[in-house]
Design a protein around this ligand. Structure first.
Ligand SMILES: [Zn+2]
Length: 519
């Protein structure tokens, strides 16, 4: 037994060693340290003072501030002598045009018993479906809380439905929408408040979500004709007008149904409403900025370093400077570009090539990196790794005492070797606490899917995502430069640098030994 016990303990230990790969403190590479030390707080500060300044208006994709940021980054790459690798690309080949579609909601209204109810102006909040239609009149079927059971005995094909929910219940609303689509309904009216006053409060709070510009990649294909469900939030009195039934009578039928009276909904006579939709689409060009540093004997193999240089612009009249998100990652990337360019100028350049690529459109749905992954300037099969940085300038919401940390996500998902290299680089140079809390794909915050590395991981390219966690100023106008922790921004940038240095100069290319699960 004892012998067996020691054997099994040994087995477990060896398995754990293989899994976590105890970091090896290696002898520091003096040449790497020489250039790692060129990553200074002074430079990081001067670059972030520009990127996170009010002058750049929060760098919203497609807007003036984002364009000014692109010019600043391009000038930085030019000064360093990096190459603009985009053949016939704008900005001397430093810009990869990212073709986008910008859609906004145009003239949308309902007509009920001849009365017109305008979107936003009236008790109507249209959720947007990308459609433009003439006036469409349909019967409106009451489906109570829109649960699966509620739809069972109701025919809603080609009609609209009315749903009454208890408050802002996202899951119930999604269920109703799924059922409605499955059953062939064309529109959905949702009531979530018991009074018109409460509806108006809700409308005022959330209107900007539905009136803003929605960006999507222009994949050059005509929009698929599949009609999506037109969805509207309405007030109790608009519901009552549509159904020609007092609202409390509808609520009573809903409660009766929820208490098990299956026929309660069927007893409600169908109503009628007309809706008219308009979706205004315009073409928009944004740009990824690319700075290429060619390697030597292994130059066909490429390392990509990404950070998104866009942010959310001006909201509620306030400039969202995005100093941490992702000004910190962008200036970290610029400093690494400088360090590697200096190394190359001294004849200590990397063996593999490096593409420094601040991407656009991250806040709009990882658009810039998605565009690059679909239109790579260098073959993805030659891309050895993507090191992605998004928010490394703060100490986030962590219940650990040490500030000397960084969250690492994805390092062991596609290449176990990459995880080991990352661990060793930290043990040898930066000695931070590497926190893998968000490394779990199933983590409720889904961090693995929420930044630009995901578009590379999806293509089977090994990735590491560097992140400090969210904080009280996340996506607020208070995410400003004076809150940056410069020592940690410098150290985290240096960890990425030393990891890149090792991958760029080692003999063997990273081995891909795992497959990415589709999310
Ligand atoms: Zn971000």
């Amino acid at each position: 037994m004892k012998k067996l016990l020691t054997l099994s303990l040994l087995l477990v230990a060896s398995f754990a060693f293989a899994q976590t790969g105890t970091p090896e403190v290696k002898k520091q590479n003096k040449t790497a340290v020489k250039y790692g030390n060129t990553i200074t707080i002074e430079d990081l500060t001067s670059d972030l003072n520009i990127l996170a300044s009010d002058a750049l208006e929060g760098r919203e994709t497609g807007k003036r501030g984002q364009k000014m940021a692109a010019t600043f980054i391009k000038a930085h790459f030019e000064e360093l002598g990096l190459v603009g690798p985009v053949a016939n690309g704008r900005g001397n080949g430093y810009y990869q045009d990212v073709k986008l579609k910008a859609s906004t909601t145009g003239d949308v209204y309902l007509k009920v018993n001849g009365e017109q109810i305008k979107n936003i102006e009236g008790d109507l909040l249209y959720m947007g479906s990308g459609q433009t239609t003439d006036e469409i009149t349909t019967d409106v079927v009451f489906v109570g809380n829109g649960s699966k059971e509620a739809f069972e005995k109701l025919d809603v094909k080609g009609k609209s439905i009315l749903v009454i929910l208890d408050g802002n219940d996202r899951a119930a609303r999604n269920e109703a929408s799924t059922q409605a689509k499955a059953k062939g309904a064309v529109a959905m009216y949702v009531v979530m408040q018991n009074s018109d006053t409460d509806f108006v409060k809700f409308k005022e709070k959330y209107a900007h979500y539905f009136t803003g510009e929605r960006l999507s990649l222009d994949n050059g294909k005509a929009k698929d004709k599949k009609v999506s469900l037109a969805s509207f939030y309405i007030s109790p009195s608009v519901a009552s007008k549509i159904m020609n039934t007092p609202f409390d009578k509808l609520s009573k039928s809903n409660d009766a149904f929820k208490k098990g009276k299956k026929s309660a909904l069927k007893k409600v006579k169908a109503g009628k409403a007309t809706y008219k939709l308009e979706n205004i689409v315009k073409d928009l060009i944004s740009e990824n900025v690319l700075g290429y540093l060619e390697g030597t004997d292994l130059k066909d193999e490429l390392i990509i370093i990404t950070a998104h240089y866009d942010h959310i612009g001006i909201q509620d009249g306030k400039i969202h400077n995005g100093a941490d998100d992702d000004g910190s990652g962008t200036v970290g990337l610029l400093e690494m570009a400088e360090a590697f360019a200096k190394a190359k100028a001294d004849g200590n350049g990397p063996r593999r090539s490096i593409l420094f690529m601040p991407v656009t459109g991250e806040e709009k749905g990882l658009l810039g990196s998605a565009y690059y992954a679909e239109h790579p300037i260098f073959p993805l099969e030659n891309t050895v790794v993507d090191l992605n940085i998004d928010m490394i300038g703060r100490t986030g919401d962590r219940d650990f005492e040490t500030e000397d940390y960084v969250f690492l996500v994805g390092a062991d998902k596609i290449s176990s070797e990459l995880h080991q290299i990352s661990e060793d680089a930290n043990a040898t140079y930066t000695k931070m606490y590497l926190d893998y809390t968000y490394n779990d794909e199933k983590h409720p915050d889904r961090i693995y899917y929420r930044s630009d590395h995901w578009n590379f991981a999806k293509k089977g390219v090994p990735i590491i995502f560097y992140f400090n966690g969210t904080h009280a100023d996340y996506h607020k106008h208070t995410d400003t430069i004076e809150k940056i922790n410069w020592e940690m921004l410098q150290k985290r940038t240096q960890l990425v640098f030393y990891t890149a240095w090792e991958i760029a100069n080692r003999d063997a290319r990273l081995v891909i030994d795992k497959k990415v699960e589709k999310n």
